[in-house]
Design a protein around this ligand. Sequence first.
Ligand SMILES: Cc1cc2nc3c(=O)[nH]c(=O)nc-3n(C[C@H](O)[C@H](O)[C@H](O)COP(=O)(O)OP(=O)(O)OC[C@H]3O[C@@H](n4cnc5c(N)ncnc54)[C@H](O)[C@@H]3O)c2cc1C
Length: 343
Amino acid sequence: MAGSSIAYELVKRGYKVLRIASSAPAASMAAYGMLNPVHIRNAQLIWKAKEIYPQALAFYKELEQVLQIKFSKETEIHHLLSSNEEAVHWRQQAETGMLGDFCHGEVEFIPQSSLNTLHGCIKITGALYVDVPLMLTHLHQWLDKHQSPLLFYEADEQLWSYHESGVRMNEFDASFVIHCQGVGATRHPLWKNIPFRPCKGEVLTLQFQEPAPQVIVHKKIFLIPLTNGTYKAGATYVWDDLTNNSTKEGAAEIIYQVKRITDASFIIKEQVAGIRPAVADRRPVVGMHPCYSSVAILNGYGSRGLILNPYACNALINHILHRIPIISDIDVQRFNKRLLAKE
Ligand SMILES: Cc1cc2nc3c(=O)[nH]c(=O)nc-3n(C[C@H](O)[C@H](O)[C@H](O)COP(=O)(O)OP(=O)(O)OC[C@H]3O[C@@H](n4cnc5c(N)ncnc54)[C@H](O)[C@@H]3O)c2cc1C
């Protein structure tokens, strides 16, 4: 997500971009695709929602036009309440302006017999569903067509050297390298001291065998209707298993949560896992390495890659091309002490 997007932004501006990939799994291919400006667990807007959300919407709209493919859909989220106290909390948050225009904090009862809504639900408007694999497949094709070749090199086949006017990887010279390695950065010598807190997630694709909710529902997990009775359900959050393997425990947790949402029966069609590149302070990591002026990083999207990515890409592009400072919340140089520390 990060690498392809910044490549797109640079190619669009007329720069030559060589993409270097490895076979390491991408979290982006596991994402269930929700872009939501509201932090549901805290009942408040996410960090900088009012600024980054419109940028994100504009980015995906532009990409759909350029790639000539529809991969996103504006949508509502129905968050199922667990108690009357929770309903009161949402109302108070809405009254004090903590939810902007995205939620009015009123309890609703949606007339769908397949939904278990004892306490009603809270409607969040203005969310976006993005079919991430579809978007990325088409974006990769566009980049291939627009002179941004993709080369595969495993990490241990990449021989990097850094000098004042640029970088060299094997036989390729460039003015800059932008590292968009997701959780791979936790193993990279230049970045491994960033306080990453990688978090595994699993998602199921379900086939319902009887009518199930026709709206996007959230209760601990998202249940997202696709087509012909298929749904995405997820995700889990696990910190002590950082393999990309799907697990029985992950499936069991999601099934348990789906059954709290609906009584309709289903079978599992697919299970995927990925590792979110999260950082201790939960902010993206963007900018230049303190020792190498031609080495940048674009990372740290955690569980909110879709909404953070356009803003973070823009900040890095403006910095590299126009020397506009990166705000300190996301600047990688907030970790300078760690990055400069001797092993
Ligand atoms: C189960 C799950 C569900 C999620 N659902 C959502 C969601 O609904 N909405 C949302 O906004 N976010 C979601 N996320 C989070 C989102 O997926 C991530 O924030 C985002 O994908 C991170 O993108 P990235 O490009 O930084 O990293 P990645 O997608 O992990 O990409 C990193 C890339 O770097 C490559 N790489 C690694 N090392 C090297 C190397 N040495 N050389 C070359 N290439 C290398 C890898 O092969 C990979 O392609 C979810 C995450 C998970 C795990």
